[in-house]
Write a protein that binds this ligand. Structure first.
Ligand SMILES: *[C@@H]1O[C@H](CO)[C@@H](O)[C@H](O)[C@H]1NC(C)=O
Ligand SMILES: *[C@@H]1O[C@H](CO)[C@@H](O)[C@H](O)[C@H]1NC(C)=O
Ligand SMILES: *[C@@H]1O[C@H](CO)[C@@H](O)[C@H](O)[C@H]1NC(C)=O
Length: 179
């Protein structure tokens, strides 16, 4: 009886360590996969407004509005170790006040099994594109980049940038608004 119990224990311990080992091997097998891919980003329409900013001490801040197209084929990123992708689109620019500002303007989660061929046309941003000053009006170089975090089944995988950026300029005049 006693020996049966201890044998059961040994089998359990063995099974667990084999499982842990397999998980680790699986993790290793996807550690060096190249998760970069091509993306195409385009801006359809860009305007900037000057709006009262109640969260800042200054009276008005620049608020940018974008309409953009986004294409990327992420199908091949889904290997067995990828549970989901967290995509986000950042706008990067500099102003006289800030050497580098990065704003996340859109994001999306793609689950395994969902359509991973992105072909979005005329999308609105999901989040407000605020500058904490007047750095958007007339800005000559705002760069959009698609990035993703991979949520794996096992292990840890870094966040990746797509190959392909899109740079655009903000117009040098505000669009009047009643806000
Ligand atoms: C990205 O595009 C380039 C040229 O258009 C092509 O050579 C390359 O294979 C593509 N990469 C992927 C991951 O699709
Ligand atoms: C997306 O990529 C997969 C494999 O990388 C390929 O089989 C499929 O045809 C591609 N789809 C499109 C619409 O390009
Ligand atoms: C625009 O900014 C990006 C990085 O934010 C930089 O790589 C690129 O060279 C800049 N382009 C111009 C024309 O200044």
């Amino acid at each position: 009886m006693h020996s049966l119990l201890s044998r059961g224990n040994a089998i359990l311990a063995y099974t667990l360590s084999v499982l842990a080992c397999l998980t680790f091997l699986c993790f290793l097998s996807t550690l060096f996969v190249d998760y970069r891919t091509n993306s195409t980003i385009n801006t359809v329409k860009v305007i900037v407004k000057s709006v009262p900013d109640f969260s800042a001490s200054r009276e008005r801040s620049d608020l940018g509005f974008l309409i953009f197209d986004l294409q990327a084929n992420l199908t091949h990123l889904f290997n067995w170790n990828v549970k989901q992708l967290f995509l986000y689109l950042t706008a990067e620019y500099s102003t006289p006040n800030n050497i580098l500002s990065q704003v996340v303007i859109w994001d999306k989660i793609i689950l395994r099994g969902e359509n991973a061929v992105l072909d979005f046309k005329s999308m609105n941003t999901k989040y407000y594109f605020w500058d904490d000053g007047n750095g958007l009006k007339g800005n000559q170089n705002v760069t959009l980049t698609l990035s993703w975090n991979i949520i794996p089944n096992a292990g840890l995988l870094p966040s990746i940038f797509a190959i392909g950026h899109h740079s655009f300029q903000f117009p040098s005049d505000y669009v009047q608004s009643r806000v």
